[in-house]
Write a protein that binds this ligand. Structure first.
Ligand SMILES: [Zn+2]
Length: 152
């Protein structure tokens, strides 16, 4: 876990703002907002696109950043409206794999018992699938070795 900084709180605010501006109360097609901060400090936001094979808000935010040429990411967060307030929500399994593929050294903001937490991506998906051709393969292998102390 890493310390929360002001930019992390701003990231949560950006995720809330994007879904507040796009919330679909009629069809509930857009109910989650996400914000990602690139390694050089740019912030991109996204909303979920509901369908049988829809896209999570995190995917949209990452796609927007990548479309603008960014490839290095620092931190991501997602929010939804629950029990009368906007709350940070944990990413789904598919998004966790996506984070491991694209920024295994990055962080995810989560709501812990004592407030906002900044958790390493690979802590959210132990033993993540690793594409043989992935440039991140060495990063994943190094992290796995560091955590488990296993030789393979
Ligand atoms: Zn997801």
């Amino acid at each position: 876990m890493k310390n929360i900084v002001e930019n992390d709180r701003k990231l949560v605010e950006a995720a809330i703002e994007v879904i507040q501006n796009n919330y679909d109360s009629e069809h509930l097609r857009h109910t989650v907002g996400a914000a990602i901060r690139t390694a050089n400090g740019h912030v991109y936001t996204g909303i979920n696109i509901y369908s049988i094979h829809g896209a999570c808000a995190e995917l949209i935010a990452i796609g927007k950043a990548m479309t603008d040429g960014h490839r290095k990411f620092d931190t991501i967060v997602s929010v939804h409206f629950w029990e009368g307030k906007w709350q940070v929500v944990a990413p789904c399994g598919n998004c966790r794999q996506l984070f491991a593929d694209y920024f295994p050294k990055g962080f995810v903001l989560l709501q812990g018992e004592e407030g906002l937490e900044k958790v390493p991506v690979l802590d959210l998906i132990p033993k993540a699938y690793c594409n043989r051709n992935s440039k991140n393969k060495k990063d994943l292998a190094r992290e796995k070795t560091k955590r488990s102390q296993l030789k393979y």
